[in-house]
Each structure stands twice: as structure tokens, then as C-alpha cells.
Design a protein around this ligand. Sequence first.
Ligand code: MG
Ligand code: MG
Length: 260
Amino acid sequence: MVKPKTEEEIALLRENAILVSKTLAEVGKIVAPGVTTLELNRVAETFIRDNGAIPSFLGYEGFPAALCLSVNDVVVHGFPSDYVLKEGDVVSVDCGTLYKGYNGDSAYTFPVGEVDAKTRKLLDVTKESLYKGIEKAVAGNRTGDIGYAVQSYAESFGFSVVRELEGHGLGKEMHEQPGVPNYGRPGRGTHLVDGMVICIEPMINAGGRGVYLDRNGWAVHTSDRANSAHYELTVVVRHGKAEQLSTFDFIEKDSTIRYK
Ligand code: MG
Ligand code: MG
């Protein structure tokens, strides 16, 4: 049985969620051809620390940076590097904060300049699959309802769902129970209870669902080298309708961000 969060805990998780959401928007402002992923990481780490928080990914099980920056065929857990983003790339930006003893964790995949039509569709469908999942994050449902919603939506466009990684509970720890798979069957999995805080994070591939682990032990690549997209939001399970804690509004309602 997963213990729901108290309203006091949810308030602290909400503060983290807003900070993570704003950090993603700060990064989005500078995503452009010619920028290195190390520069994206630097902007995020500075912004997080300037707001009195700690970048929780840095040092997590040895992870070397504030952000996971995953370009094109990298699904998740890419390292920032001197790789220079180029027109047509996609970069998944996954960000975590630790503030007042609680965690924030959200992700957004940005197109770099103009991307081809299939890639644009991959981004739109992956993000929409996340919202389909959030619709099912209500008390009385089970994690399989979320996974089924994500999977059935993404697969209806011919895309595939990465199964080796999943969403999770969030609290004092970055990864808590329950696991929230992006595939599944309705009515199966962990029961969702009012006050549970979970991260839903579909990882959707343009090609096949197969992935492999990079020699660096972290980056997850698509086996067929096709592009992958990843979006993540934190929500509170509630009766009737989930409460979203993190948001893409700072990204999508900011006119200074050219590409979203
Ligand atoms: Mg994340
Ligand atoms: Mg996560």
C-alpha cells in the first residue's frame, strides 16, 4: 500500500514542481542550432541554485549533471556534452530539484529549429499521450489505466512505447512507489488513492520499441536509431480529476521561446 501525501507535503512538492517547470522554460529560451547541451545544463543549474534549490540529478547514483539531455535517438539519461545542437534535432530536457526536503521532476522535448513532419508528430503525440495518462490519474483507478491510456494513444499513430523505464511516485525521494508504466491493461496495477503524488513520463519512439544501454552505463538509445521523445509531469491523484503540480505553461505561453 502506497501512503498518500499530506497536504503539507503536497504544498512542498508543488513548490518544487513550479521551480522545475520554470527551469525547463529557462532552458527552452536558449535551445537553438549552435548551442551545446553543456550550455543548457549550465543555465538550468544556475537557475535552480539561484532559487535556493539543489539540482537533484547531480550526483544521483553518480549522474554527472543537473539535467538529463537526450538528443534524437537517446531516449533518456543523456549526459550534457560539447555536442552542438543542429537544425532538425530534438532534445529531451529532464530536470530535477530538491527544495525544502522534497523533489521536483519534469521533462520536455524541444525541437531544435525546424524538424521534419514525422518528428513533429512524434513530439505532439508523446505530449498528448502524457495528458491522456493524466486523465486516468484519478482515485479509484489503477496504474494500468494510466499505462493503457498512454500506450493505446501512442500506438494508434504507429509509434512505440519504451517499456524498460517508467514513471514513479515522488516525495522526499525522487523515485518512490508506485511504478507508473507507460503500457498496461485497464484495471491492473497499483490502486490510485487520493493524495498520491506521481510522475507520469511517456518515452515514445518513432520506430521500434527496442532500446539499449550506452557504454557509459546511463544513456538509453533506440536500437534502430530512430528518434525518441519524452515528456514528464507531476500530478496529485484526486477524486474526479488529477491535480497537475508541474506545468508546461511557462514554456508554451512564453513568446520568447521560439520552438515548442
Ligand atoms: Mg524526470
Ligand atoms: Mg521521473
